[in-house]
Design a protein around this ligand. Structure first.
Ligand SMILES: [Zn+2]
Ligand SMILES: [Zn+2]
Length: 345
């Protein structure tokens, strides 16, 4: 079968690799219908997590089950499913609560430091712990939405929930990449009266405004002051989705003293040693690695709400698996024109 293989720093190709097999009785094999490239796929692509040569990325996948192991109890061949970007043991109390990212056996497909299964940017993928990792795609949910639910929408939703966003609050979204976009939409769905976006890229601010959010450029000296003014002294919650020291500082500065900061980014640089001591005397900060399985039952019934109407627009590009090299290059180096890429096998 064909699969994306990283051949060096900032270099991927689509290669013929061995067909996937069942490694364990609880595995299932999916024929991939569509896949997405995630911001976290860019860390290995850019060589930020060691030499990536030979790695096979991809954890945002939907498809049809073509084979199940003898230990799979609930999933069946022929079901059209979405896969969770986060995989747990499926048996412990944390997995039972949907908190798979806290499971001691937590893994993510295609990220070698978090497991040994190759990723799903391929024609087929072996999925471990199929019962807890795969879920039938409900009737009426588009492929784009199902793909977003595998990770970024679930992450954005949990980031907003964990920030305690409720009716009438003001919320700042710091970093308007795909996860920040999903956090903004989720905050609105949870009843926030004002959602303010802070991002240095003009195209992202323009997109935020198109979606009805006020947008601010952190490079402008009075930006944070404007955010604080607009929210009468600081927002109730900030959702940090950029993973940089500067964005952490922005989140702290934008939020009032009783507010909450919810960090949902994967840090893309070493965070300052001063951060914990600063936070001891400022707002409370919560960090999240999402567990999509926990978000799905909350999100499925709400996807028809007006807040989610334009969520599919997060995908700015749709390419073929064979064009993966272009897709990676575009997503990595032209964030001003590329919001998120989906791939057809
Ligand atoms: Zn992802
Ligand atoms: Zn577990």
């Amino acid at each position: 079968m064909r699969a994306v293989v990283i051949t060096g720093v900032e270099s991927v190709e689509v290669a013929n690799v061995e067909d996937p097999g069942l490694r364990h009785p609880e595995d299932a094999i999916l024929q991939v219908e569509r896949m997405a490239i995630c911001g976290s796929d860019l860390h290995p692509y850019r060589g930020e997590w060691g030499d990536p040569t030979g790695q096979r990325p991809g954890h945002e996948v939907i498809g049809t089950i073509v084979e199940v192991g003898a230990g799979v109890r609930t999933r069946k061949v022929g079901e059209r499913v979405l896969m969770s970007g986060a995989i747990g043991c499926g048996a412990c109390s944390l997995c039972g609560m949907g908190l798979v990212s806290r499971c001691s056996d937590f893994s993510v497909l295609g990220i070698p430091m978090l497991g040994t299964y190759p990723g799903g940017q391929a024609e087929y993928v072996t999925v471990p712990r199929a019962d807890g990792t795969l879920w039938p795609i409900p009737e009426g949910v588009s492929a784009e939405r199902a793909l977003l639910l595998t990770d970024v929408l679930s992450t954005g939703w949990q980031g907003a929930r964990r920030a305690g966003v409720t009716e009438g609050q003001s919320v700042a979204i710091v970093g308007f990449g795909p996860v920040g976009m999903c956090a903004a939409v989720s905050s609105r769905a949870l009843g926030a009266w004002d959602v303010l976006v802070v991002d240095p890229l003009p195209s992202r601010r323009a997109f935020a405004e198109e979606l009805g959010f006020a947008a601010f450029d952190p490079g402008v000296s009075e930006a944070i002051e404007s955010v604080r003014e607009r929210s009468s002294g600081g927002v109730d919650a900030a959702i940090e989705a950029a993973g940089r020291n500067a964005s952490m500082e922005t989140a702290i500065a934008a939020t009032h003293a009783r507010g909450t900061i919810s960090v949902i980014s994967a840090p893309s640089e070493a965070l300052s040693d001063e951060l914990p001591s600063r936070l001891a005397t400022t707002q409370r900060m919560l960090m999240t690695t999402a567990s999509p399985q926990r978000a799905w039952p909350q999100l499925f019934p709400r996807l028809g709400e007006p807040a989610f109407r334009e969520i599919d627009r997060i995908f700015s590009h749709r390419l073929c698996l064979d064009d993966a090299a272009d897709a990676y290059q575009l997503f990595s180096s032209r964030p001003d024109e590329c919001r998120k890429v989906q791939l057809d096998p």
